[in-house]
Each structure stands twice: as structure tokens, then as C-alpha cells.
Write a protein that binds this ligand. Structure first.
Ligand code: SF4
Ligand code: SF4
Length: 390
């Protein structure tokens, strides 16, 4: 199926999705007592909530609303896609944020509904039994499963810093082995996508991104943690299309990561007006002014946080009054400066050493700094006008 061909219309796309769903329906389904509709209802959501969710995911994937019923149908067959989820060097925050909510969202319920064949945080098996389960899952679903990996991967002469299980396989060996037989590979979270905190200088375990230990294509879903919507959206995109989504230069799905935080931010009007929080707790903070001067890295960060938000869509860091820390960008621990200070005139370098998106990022950074300088100057002028005696 080639969805990039120019004569593809929504009608043909709809037909192709339908065919794929029908094909998936024929695959063996998980032996469940309850359907996804029943699970959703048992957790206090109505059919209307479910269709609203399906509509939101449809819109997020830039599909017209006529695809909403198809999206709802696709969710029902999501349990036909086996998933193997590996943990590398990480804090498990990505798993926790998605699955351990006291009030599960529809996203997390759907993630519970899928055929999660191996997930160390959730499964009861341990030791030899766990290793056997992993091998069995890889063997049984060879070429069919989705591999999701959370965490950076120690490499080089410190590869053994991550050694798992009775056979003493390193994390790198396990991730490489599982990658070889996967139908699709998702790096979940910034650790897996770019190395994350493990790879921050001086990187004592030589941690690397998942994409550096396999030659197969990896879809990066960064964030620390990524929003549940971006994880489930990536899954639903693969389920419907059966192919890789359009990716940016850092292999992030464009439907989620094509715009800067700054472009979608609700405080953007204050930035443009030169109205900044000067320090936490001041009048500007109470008035919801822009957080650039207290360290917001939204101008340099590509993600959809302000639209999709976290905790069932209730809020996101900037709405809560704290600047973006740039967590979905490569090497943000080393390149985004001090958390509570603006980047000023610093340009940051990425794992691509100045190539590819760096050119874009540098250009954006430079033009933005000009805008910021203008904004700050305007704010200073307004302040002086309003307070001539100060
Ligand atoms: S990306 Fe962040 S939340 Fe996820 S495992 Fe790494 S440190 Fe934890
Ligand atoms: S600098 Fe941060 S708070 Fe200000 S508009 Fe941009 S993203 Fe929003």
C-alpha cells in the first residue's frame, strides 16, 4: 500500500483502511472475556466518549472526520497486533505514565486491550520464565509483532552495564535480536529515541539510541515521557496504514512533531507583545505571561503538547506555569542550557553534527532570537512608559 502516490484520494484511502481492518479481523484474537466497548463502559466512559476519542485521534492523524467510524472499528482489532515492549536503561516513566493512571484514560484502556505479549513491568513472570516468554513471543509472532523499546542502550566497552536475565544477555543484544524479527519498531520516550538522560555527558555507560543498534527503520516517539496520545496515535497509524508515517529528520512522526511548542502555545500572544514572567511568582506569572525569560525552551522544541496535553488532556507544563524543558529534542540535557534560564544567543548542536534539521533549527533559533530581542525590547519600552517614575 503506497499512500504517498499522488492520485490517492480519501475514498481510496478509506477503502484501503477497510481492507486492512478486514485482514486483521481474520487474525487470531486475544482470548478476552470483554470487548473493548465493554472495558471502556466498565471504566465509566460512554459510547459517546469513545466516539469522541476516536474523532480526536482521527483529527490528530490529519484524517477527515468521515474516518471516525473506521477508527473506532480499527480499535476493536488492535488486539490482533502483537506487541513486545522491552525495557532498557531508563526510569520506567514512559510505561508508568501510560498504564499506571489511577483513573485510566481511553488511551491507556486501549493500550491494555492490545496484545501485549511481553512487558516486564506488567507481566508476572520473572527470571528464566520471563526470558522464555520473550523468546516464545518472538518465535510465535516472527515478522508480525510491533517492537516498542523504552530506555537508552549501553554500548561499547560498557555494554554489559545493562545485563538482563539468567542467560546474561546485554540490553543491546536483546534489543537487536528483537528488532531483527519485528514488523515495525517504535522507540518510546527520549531515552530510546535519542539516548536521553543516560546519554547525557559524560555518558558513563555509552548509552545510545535504539536506532544506533539496528539497521531497520525506527519510529521515534520522544518525550520524557511522551504523551499517551502520541504513543497510541503511532500505534493506530500503523494499524490503519500498515506503513511508516511521514517522519521528520529525527524520525519523529510529522503528524505529532512537525510544529514547535512555541507555534501552538497559549502564551504566544504574550511573547509577541513582549510580556514576560521575570521571576516565578511575580505579577506576570499570575497574569499568565510568557515563560521565555524563566527558561522556556518551547521555541526550540517540536511536539504537540499544548494541543494533546497530559493527564487525560487536563494540562501541560506551560499551562501549569513552568516552561518547556525541550524533552523531545535530541540531547536536550546537554544542549538546552539551564532549566530556568533562556538559551540567550546559544545555538545548540544535535546528534547529526550540524546537518539535516540543524540547519532548520539554527535558522529558527536565529530568527527567533531576533524576535525575542524585539519582544523584550518592546516590553522594556512599555514598562518604562507605564512606570515613568521607576
Ligand atoms: S524518556 Fe523520560 S520518562 Fe521515559 S524512561 Fe526515559 S527518563 Fe523515564
Ligand atoms: S516561549 Fe514558551 S511560554 Fe513563551 S510563547 Fe513560547 S512556548 Fe509559550
Amino acid at each position: 500500500m503506497n499512500i504517498t502516490k499522488t492520485d490517492t484520494t480519501y475514498d481510496t484511502l478509506h477503502k484501503e483502511f477497510k481492507e486492512r481492518i478486514d485482514k486483521l479481523k481474520k487474525l487470531p484474537q486475544m482470548d478476552r472475556k470483554h470487548s473493548i466497548e465493554e472495558i471502556i463502559e466498565e471504566n465509566g466512559f460512554s459510547r459517546r466518549d469513545f466516539m469522541k476519542w476516536a474523532g480526536a485521534i482521527t483529527a490528530m492523524l490529519s484524517l477527515p472526520s468521515t474516518f471516525t467510524p473506521l477508527m473506532a472499528e480499527a480499535v476493536k482489532v488492535a488486539d490482533r497486533l502483537p506487541i513486545i515492549w522491552l525495557h532498557m536503561a531508563e526510569c520506567t516513566g514512559c510505561t508508568e505514565s501510560l498504564l499506571r493512571s489511577a483513573n485510566p484514560s481511553i488511551d491507556s484502556l486501549i493500550f491494555n486491550h492490545v496484545s501485549l505479549e511481553y512487558q516486564e513491568t506488567l507481566m508476572t513472570a520473572s527470571g528464566w520464565q520471563a526470558e522464555e516468554n520473550l523468546e516464545n513471543a518472538i518465535e510465535k509472532y516472527k515478522g508480525r509483532y510491533i517492537l516498542m523499546v523504552e530506555g537508552g542502550i549501553p554500548s561499547a566497552d560498557t555494554e554489559h552495564y545493562l545485563t538482563i536475565g539468567g542467560h546474561g544477555h546485554t540490553g543491546k543484544e536483546s534489543a537487536h535480536h528483537a528488532s531483527e524479527h519485528a514488523a515495525a519498531i517504535f522507540a518510546i520516550g527520549t531515552c530510546s529515541a535519542f539516548g536521553g538522560v543516560q546519554a547525557a555527558a559524560p555518558n558513563p555507560s555509552n548509552a545510545v539510541a535504539l536506532s544506533e543498534i539496528t539497521s531497520k527503520p525506527v519510529i521515534n516517539v520522544p518525550g520524557c515521557p511522551p504523551s499517551e496520545k502520541n504513543i497510541v496515535g503511532t500505534l493506530m497509524h500503523y494499524l490503519l496504514y500498515g506503513t511508516l508515517p511521514a517522519l521528520d529528520v529525527y524520525n519523529r512522526p510529522k503528524w505529532a512533531y512537525r510544529l514547535r511548542i512555541h507555534d501552538l502555545c497559549e502564551r504566544r500572544g504574550h511573547f509577541d507583545a513582549g510580556e514576560f514572567v521575570e521571576q516565578f511568582g511575580d505579577e506576570g506569572a499570575k497574569d499568565g505571561f510568557c515563560l521565555y525569560k524563566v527558561g522556556c525552551k518551547g521555541p526550540y522544541t517540536f511536539n504537540n503538547c499544548s494541543k494533546q496535553k497530559f493527564n487525560q488532556g487536563t494540562s501541560w507544563p506551560v499551562q501549569a506555569g513552568f516552561g518547556c524543558i525541550g524533552c523531545s529534542e535530541p540531547n536536550f540535557w546537554d544542549t538546552m542550557g539551564t532549566v530556568n534560564e533562556p538559551l540567550s544567543n546559544k545555538l545548540y548542536h544535535t546528534t547529526f553534527g550540524g546537518l539535516g534539521a540543524d540547519a532548520t533549527a539554527d535558522r529558527i533559533g536565529l530568527s527567533l532570537l531576533t524576535a525575542t530581542a524585539v519582544g523584550i525590547a518592546a516590553h522594556a519600552a512599555i514598562s518604562a512608559y507605564k512606570n515613568p517614575k521607576e
